[in-house]
Design a protein. Structure first.
Length: 308
C-alpha cells in the first residue's frame, strides 16, 4: 500500500473551515438528528484528522484505493485516531464487508484452474483476484474493468507488484453498459448494486454479466440486506445497536451518503434468475449484512439433430 501511495492522486489535505461549513450547516438544520449535535460535530472534526476520513468528507464514499485500505491494509496498521480505529475495526458494514471479502477469496480460489479467464467488475485495485494463489496453474487471464481511471492506474501497478507473472488487462468501461460476449469463465463483482436504487438497472447489470460469461461460467457477487429499521424480517443479527447507530450517523447525517440500495435475498435471486442465471450457492456473513452469492450461466444444451 505504501508503494502505491506515491502514485495516488487524491487530495489528502485537511478540509478548511470554509469546506467544513456546509457539513456544519446541514448538521445544525437536521429535522431529526440521531445523536446530540455536540457529539455529531465532534465526529465531523475527527474525520478531518485522518486521510480516510478526509477522503470520505470530500467524496461521500470510497474509491479503489481506499477500498483496499479498509479491507486489507488498514486493519494491519497501528491507527492513532480513535475514530479511524473504530471505523476500520468496529463499523458493522466494514466488518461485514471484510468477512464477505474472505468468502470471495475462498470461492474464487476454488474456481481457479489453468486456462481460465477471470474478470473483476468494478476492479478497484483488483486485490480480489491478485491475492489468490496461482501456484500450479498456467494460462490464467485476468481483466479489471472500472470507470475510475485512478483505480485502473493503481490496479496496473498492483498487478505488476503482486502477480507480475500473470497476464492482466484493464479496461475503463461502465458495467451498466458493458457489451462483452462470452469473454470470461468467472466474473467477480461487489458494490455496484449497492449504489443503484433502480431495480431495472440492476437487472440489466446482471444481464450484462450473463452475456459476458462463457456458457457454464460463474458470477460471484453480493448484495446489501435491509436493516431491522426498514423490514421486520431483516436478516441482520449480532449487530451492536450502538455501533449501528454511530455508523448511521456517520454515513447519513455527516457524510450524507446515498449508497444504501437495500435488497432482500428474494429480490436479488429474482433479478439474477430474470437475467438467466441459476443460483448455485448463498453464504451469509455472521451479521447477515452482505451475503455472498454464486450464480451460474447454464451451459448450452448438446446439439441434437432434428429427424426428418
Amino acid at each position: 500500500m505504501e508503494a502505491l501511495r506515491t502514485h495516488y492522486s487524491g487530495d489528502l489535505h485537511p478540509l478548511t473551515p470554509e469546506e467544513l461549513a456546509p457539513f456544519l450547516h446541514r448538521l445544525r438544520t437536521l429535522p431529526a438528528p440521531m445523536l446530540p449535535l455536540e457529539e455529531t460535530e465532534s465526529m465531523l472534526y475527527e474525520l478531518n484528522e485522518f486521510d480516510l476520513g478526509r477522503f470520505l468528507l470530500r467524496n461521500g464514499g470510497i474509491n479503489g484505493y481506499w477500498t483496499a485500505y479498509w479491507l486489507i491494509h488498514g486493519p494491519q496498521k497501528a491507527l492513532t485516531s480513535p475514530l479511524e480505529s473504530w471505523l476500520i475495526h468496529e463499523t458493522p458494514a466494514f466488518r461485514a464487508s471484510r468477512e464477505r471479502f474472505s468468502f470471495f477469496q475462498r470461492e474464487l480460489q476454488a474456481l481457479l484452474s489453468s486456462g481460465k479467464s477471470f474478470a473483476s467488475i468494478p476492479c478497484g485495485l483488483m486485490d480480489d483476484l491478485l491475492r489468490l494463489d496461482y501456484s500450479g496453474t498456467e494460462g490464467i487471464r485476468l481483466t479489471g474493468i472500472d470507470l475510475d481511471a485512478d483505480s485502473l492506474h493503481l490496479g496496473r501497478l498492483n498487478a505488476k507488484h503482486i502477480q507480475p507473472q500473470l497476464t492482466a488487462a484493464f479496461l475503463q468501461q461502465d458495467a451498466f453498459s458493458l457489451a462483452l460476449t462470452e469473454e470470461f469463465d468467472v466474473i467477480t463483482s461487489n458494490g455496484l448494486n449497492f449504489y443503484e436504487p433502480e431495480e431495472t438497472k440492476v437487472t440489466t447489470l446482471y444481464k450484462n454479466f450473463f452475456q459476458a460469461l462463457k456458457p457454464g461460467g460463474t458470477l460471484l457477487t453480493s448484495f446489501l440486506t435491509p436493516p431491522p429499521t426498514l423490514v421486520a424480517d431483516s436478516p441482520w443479527k449480532n449487530v451492536d445497536p450502538a455501533a449501528a447507530l454511530k455508523q448511521k450517523v456517520l454515513f447519513m447525517d455527516i457524510l450524507n451518503m446515498r449508497w444504501h440500495a437495500f435488497r432482500t435475498e428474494a429480490q436479488t435471486i429474482a433479478q439474477l434468475e430474470e437475467a438467466g442465471f441459476k443460483i448455485d450457492k448463498l453464504i451469509y456473513d455472521s451479521q447477515g449484512i452482505f451475503p455472498t452469492l454464486l450464480a451460474q450461466k447454464p451451459s448450452y444444451p448438446p446439439f441434437q439433430e432434428i429427424e426428418t
